[in-house]
Write a protein that binds this ligand. Structure first.
Ligand SMILES: C[S@@+](CC[C@H](N)C(=O)[O-])C[C@H]1O[C@@H](n2cnc3c(N)ncnc32)[C@H](O)[C@@H]1O
Length: 408
């Protein structure tokens, strides 16, 4: 992949851009095997590694998390980086080649919305000394633009604002935005009043009638449409996410558990893919918005004659995954537990509970092999039997790895 921002030194996010793609994938597989080898010891030889799932080298990111700098008249949508002058400032990344053309095309109309609705970009540089009310007023309103594109090319746009003050102006210009950006499905304002480096706040105001973005993925048996509400996690690379859920479904079907949990379930990708008639499925997730998204998909799938039997046993709950597991006696565990935690891993408490539990299989999907190795160390009774690397994040050192652990 070629990138003029990388070549000019304006953006260095793609740390592997100089490395040929097949070498990136081979290095990642070596990395995860090397990390797991000391933890697994002789058991490392028994792991059946499937060929890695590769990705398109560019245009694969379904979500842009952009900082907005510059002025109302000339907003800069991109990142905070080093300007040629050496000072920190906004770097325009609207043509970043990691985004598909449908996502790149959204930034022109969105920049114009900033100007029309007078959305003063927020000054994200750290405040020096005492901040007077006048300084605070000058610091602006618009912090980030969060844009997600669905496989059908529809968009969810979230404006992260300091306060509610500009919301009426955004509403006023919504009819214009719909015309300028016909692919707009969901527009919302997220309020993040604090002056700190946090991407988004807790409060969300949805300005469109539609509240969810349908993400239609090729599934194991036909298509699967997952609903995505605001404030819900979705895997970054839609095509590789679809492959991840298909692989999970294949391994779960081989194990054929009568009951399973999907911990850290997000909008329910694993739970809904792995549901089957007669199978009890419980998804647990911290974000209430993500759980509402998963519930909506379950209801939709359950309304069709083909889906009704599979969805009959599916439930979701909002809450902490570890607390949910620890509230159950280890002997009451389901036959199979899927875990897909954030980068920090499942942590010692949940790993110890899984180790002591009656679960016969754990399907662990990890975006950080360092914490995966640490968690596996605490689960010596659960032996990785199959594993597969899925290259969710080309051009970077990151990757996803899925492994099926079987109680030895
Ligand atoms: C890597 S994402 C996986 C989401 C989902 N499995 C998927 O495929 O899209 C991790 C998820 O864990 C959720 N999460 C973070 N901390 C959690 C916790 N303590 N308990 C439950 N869920 C949590 C996040 O909101 C996020 O949706």
């Amino acid at each position: 992949m070629q990138c003029h921002h990388f070549d000019a030194g304006r953006c260095r996010s793609c740390t592997l851009l100089d490395v040929a793609y097949p070498t990136q994938v081979a290095d990642k597989e070596r990395h995860v095997r090397d990390l797991l080898a000391p933890v697994l010891g002789a058991r490392a030889r028994d792991v059946a590694w499937l060929a890695p799932v590769t990705s398109a080298e560019g245009g694969f990111r379904n979500k842009a998390k952009m900082v907005v700098t510059g002025s109302v008249e000339h907003p800069v949508i991109g990142i905070l980086g080093a300007l040629p002058s050496g000072e920190a400032g906004g770097v325009d990344l609207t043509d970043c080649p990691l985004y598909p053309p449908t996502l790149q095309a959204a930034f022109g109309p969105l920049a114009e919305l900033v100007t029309r609705a007078r959305l003063q970009p927020y000054d994200l540089t750290p405040a020096r000394g005492r901040v007077t009310p006048r300084d605070a007023a000058r610091r602006g309103e618009l912090k980030h633009l969060l844009v997600t594109v669905s496989p059908a090319g529809e968009l969810m746009v979230r404006l992260v604002l300091r306060s509610q003050e500009p919301v009426a102006r955004v509403r006023k210009h919504l009819p214009w935005l719909r015309e300028a950006l016909p692919s707009l499905a969901v527009l919302s304002v997220n309020l993040q009043p604090e002056h700190k480096a946090v991407l988004e706040g807790e409060r969300e105001i949805v300005l469109t009638e539609r509240e969810t973005l349908p993400m239609t993925l090729p599934g194991a048996a036909g298509e699967l449409t997952l609903h995505l509400r605001t404030q819900s996690f979705f895997q970054t690379n839609t095509a590789v996410a679809a492959a991840l859920y298909r692989q999970a479904r294949a391994w779960v079907d081989d194990a054929a558990p009568a009951s399973l949990w999907d911990l850290y379930c997000g909008v329910g990708g694993f739970a809904l893919t792995c549901a089957a008639p007669g199978r009890q499925v419980m998804g647990v997730e911290l974000s209430a918005e993500a759980v509402a998204s998963a519930e909506l998909t379950r209801a939709e799938l359950g309304a069709s004659p083909e889906g009704a039997a599979a969805m009959a046993g599916v439930r979701f709950a909002a809450g902490d995954a570890t607390a949910y597991a620890l509230a159950a006696a280890p002997g009451d565990a389901p036959e199979l537990v899927i875990v897909n935690p954030p980068r920090r891993g499942v942590g010692p408490e949940l790993a110890d509970w899984l180790e002591a539990s009656s679960a016969r299989w754990v399907l662990y999907s990890s975006c950080n092999a360092v914490t995966l190795a640490r968690d596996l160390e605490r689960m010596p009774s659960l032996r990785p039997e199959r594993a597969r690397l899925l290259d969710m994040f080309p051009q970077t050192r990151h990757y996803e790895v899925l492994t099926l652990l079987t109680r030895g």
